[in-house]
Design a protein. Structure first.
Length: 306
């Protein structure tokens, strides 16, 4: 992966909100759901997600800016600072994702024996005070709908071991799952693997708490005359009635079609209507509107005092 700032199209001085906004725009455009069968776009989407994973994490971003890790989140060469070099860290975070092969957490391979010698013991001589292996943090990109409804994800750890993990319903961005004993080995025991969830943006849905909003385009006749339309939800499509005379911004509430909570209760889905004119605009419709407007002038901004 090249420079993550370049991939997201932001300056190195960009704020966290600017980075998030850039990621959302790119991810919505490059999401596999809206580009089916496009392997090049799928690769680009993974690259965008990996770049956001690094830059959205304050610690990873700072370490990347200092040159301590590369664009994949891998430790740079062991050449600076301390008896073990600048690359040695315990309990650090992994990058390069969704997963990295080593992860930067715990001791690098072979360092356990060296550490044991500094502590006065050789290989095989363990004491109750021997250091535990470090935790390793991985970043896992999970589809939006799966973080809402829950499900299974298969992950491959740095050791090469493959594990199926359960994504709980209503999982939020940044949520962490701990896998006991799946971290780095140490003289005193094995650390844990910590899976940090990154929610992939969805091309249609947005979330606030346990409620979901979807913006649905409607035609001019559907808005003016009323209609029944099909609307996507988290678990399939439903029929929704558009009221006669609906405007852009009209919000229709679908009770219980949002995100289920741990107690089993579900949030709501809000269908936000957006009137779309035909493209290109037909000449006969233009003429009709011109005639109508001359007889029925109105200012939709008057109520706003503009």
């Amino acid at each position: 992966m090249s420079d993550p700032y370049h991939i997201l199209g932001v300056q190195k001085s960009a704020s966290a909100d600017e980075i998030k906004s850039a990621y959302r725009k790119l991810a919505k455009k490059m999401h596999p759901d809206v580009n089916p069968g496009r392997k090049d776009v799928e690769h680009k989407f993974k690259e965008i997600t990996a770049a956001y994973d690094l830059l959205s994490d304050k610690e990873k971003r700072a370490r990347y800016d200092r040159g301590e890790i590369d664009a994949q989140g891998q430790e740079q060469s062991f050449g600076n600072g301390g008896p073990f070099g600048g690359g040695y860290r315990r309990g650090g975070k992994a990058g390069g994702g969704p997963f990295s092969s080593f992860g930067g957490g715990g001791m690098p391979p072979g360092m356990e024996d060296i550490f044991a010698e500094f502590m006065g013991g050789g290989r095989g001589k363990r004491s109750n005070n021997a250091p535990h292996g470090g935790d390793v943090t991985y970043s896992l990109a999970v589809p939006f709908v799966q973080t809402c409804l829950g499900g299974k994800q298969r992950v491959t750890l740095g050791s090469g071991k493959t594990i199926d993990i359960t994504i709980p319903p209503a999982t939020e961005d940044g949520h962490k799952l701990r896998l006991r004993g799946q971290g780095q080995e140490g003289p005193g025991g094995t650390g844990d693997a910590i899976i940090e969830i990154r929610v992939e943006p969805h091309p249609y849905f947005t979330r606030k708490d346990n409620d979901v909003t979807v913006e649905v385009p409607v035609s001019l006749p559907e808005a003016a005359l009323g209609a029944t339309i099909k609307v996507p939800t988290l678990d399939g499509s439903v029929a929704v009635k558009v009221p006669k005379g609906a405007n852009s911004g009209t919000s229709l509430r679908l009770k219980g079609k949002g995100i289920p909570s741990a107690k089993g209760e579900a949030g709501d889905m809000f269908v936000k209507l957006k009137i779309m004119l035909p493209e290109p605009l037909p000449d006969d419709l233009t003429e009709l509107v011109e005639k109508w407007a001359k007889k029925h002038p109105y200012d939709p901004r008057k109520k706003l005092g503009w």
